[in-house]
Design a binder for this molecule. Structure first.
Ligand code: CP3
Length: 368
């Protein structure tokens, strides 16, 4: 009953707020909140996916977007890495373009390529056609999160979404891009249209994350994977207000907010300012340097180079030790990769990394 009185949002996750050992008291959520932890929590971006034979098997005859719309399949795929690796958190199996498709944009996820948009966004009318979304537009996400929260018990589930810049890049380019040239051309050439697009994507992303939080996720991660393409000044002018609308818009939601991008060494401070509790750091910036840029009031997440997992074990072990040492400079550390697991990664190496992080970071119980 006590738990009910602390429930301010009606979300399923809030029921666990005051339950010791529940997901909101897990090492992962505690580290995000800069509280003491029994060990450094660890999970991997893209932990559910092609590195796992059981994933390749179950996905063999189902297209990527279709698989994101089947709650039983989403639940099974999300649980696969949790069963196998003993990670401290699950991440919902989905994709950043799922809400974009739900908002009416004609797109597909092409194997080996990524999201491809049929009619790239060029005009104000194109922006207008991106409809606002709510729970009823993504019932399969709501259902999958509810099933997962039950299945996962005390293991926290991370919800996620793409940030306005990264989503806009796919919409404007029509697909993946190395330079983001069309996106930048629109940003610099027609700032009004840019802000209309990014503003609309921010509303969509906020609504999408609220659906996941209401359904019971214990944390959310906002992926601005390609923000590192921008200078800090342009990031602050064109992107920060929109990412802030999303993250600061969730300040009352009661779950930690992680903000991640790749190649963002120059943006780490600004990305924290957007309203994150945790800033994700890629492998280019040591975590002690990163925390100096982000400040003492935020935790960090990262940052083993995913390519390093292809190296011999002694090399991996040394890097894990270095990252744990550097992470001690931060007021909270969630161990992760600097970007997603590569499909060619040996899953047994991932399991071994989890065990090593736990072993090296186990602290004596408080007061013992
Ligand atoms: O385990 C997890 O991390 C959850 C699953 C997840 C997927 N996509 C599944 C997926 C997450 C968190 C994402 C987010 C996502 N999608 C991002 C942000 C994270 C990042 O990597 O920076 C981005 C940029 C996308 C867009 C996207 N979708 C790309 C670049 C690709 C890869 C294309 C390819 O085939 O190499 C996808 C497809 C995708 N999303 C796959 C998975 C497992 C591969 C498709 C498949 O398995 O058939």
């Amino acid at each position: 009953m006590a738990a009910m009185t602390t429930d301010t949002t009606g979300g399923a996750a809030r029921d666990d707020v005051s339950r010791p050992g529940g997901p909101a008291d897990s090492p992962f959520v505690r580290a995000c909140r800069r509280r003491s932890v029994p060990h450094t929590p660890v999970w991997f971006m893209r932990q559910a996916g092609r590195s796992l034979p059981e994933y390749r098997e179950i996905r063999a005859n189902v297209a990527m977007l279709e698989s994101c719309r089947r709650p039983e399949l989403v639940t099974e795929i999300t649980l696969q890495p949790v069963r196998r690796h003993n990670v401290d958190a699950a991440i919902l199996f989905s994709d950043i373009v799922v809400p974009v498709a739900a908002a009416g944009v004609d797109l597909d996820i092409v194997p080996g390529t990524g999201p491809v948009v049929a009619e790239p966004v060029r005009t104000a009318a194109d922006v207008q056609r991106i409809r606002p979304i709510g729970r009823d537009d993504v019932p399969y996400v709501d259902e999958a999160v509810r099933m997962l929260v039950k299945e996962l018990g005390d293991t926290p589930l991370i919800g996620f979404a793409g940030a306005p810049f990264t989503l806009a890049s796919y919409l404007v380019e029509g697909g993946p891009s190395r330079t983001h040239a069309k996106t930048k051309a629109l940003m610099y050439g027609d700032p009004e249209l840019w802000h209309a697009l990014a503003g609309r994507l921010a509303e969509m992303t906020l609504a999408f994350l609220r659906v996941q939080i209401e359904a019971g996720v214990s944390a959310v991660q906002l992926f601005d994977s390609w923000a590192g393409a921008l200078s800090e000044a342009d990031y602050r002018r064109f992107v920060l207000p929109h990412s802030t609308a999303v993250l600061a818009g969730l300040a009352d939601a009661g779950v930690p907010r992680i903000h991640f991008g790749v190649g963002t060494a120059e943006l780490l401070g600004a990305m924290g300012e957007a309203g994150a509790d945790v800033v994700g750091v890629d492998w280019r910036t040591p975590l002690n340097v990163a925390t100096g840029r982000i400040g003492p009031d935020k935790a960090v997440q990262g940052n083993l180079d995913p390519c390093l997992l292809l190296a011999p074990w002694p090399v991996i072990e040394a890097e894990v030790r270095r990252i744990l040492d550097e992470g001690r400079a931060a007021p909270g550390h969630v161990f992760n990769l600097g970007h997603g697991v590569l499909p060619e990664t040996d899953p047994e190496v991932l399991t071994r990394v989890v065990a090593l992080v736990h072993e090296l970071s186990t602290r004596p119980a408080e007061g013992a």
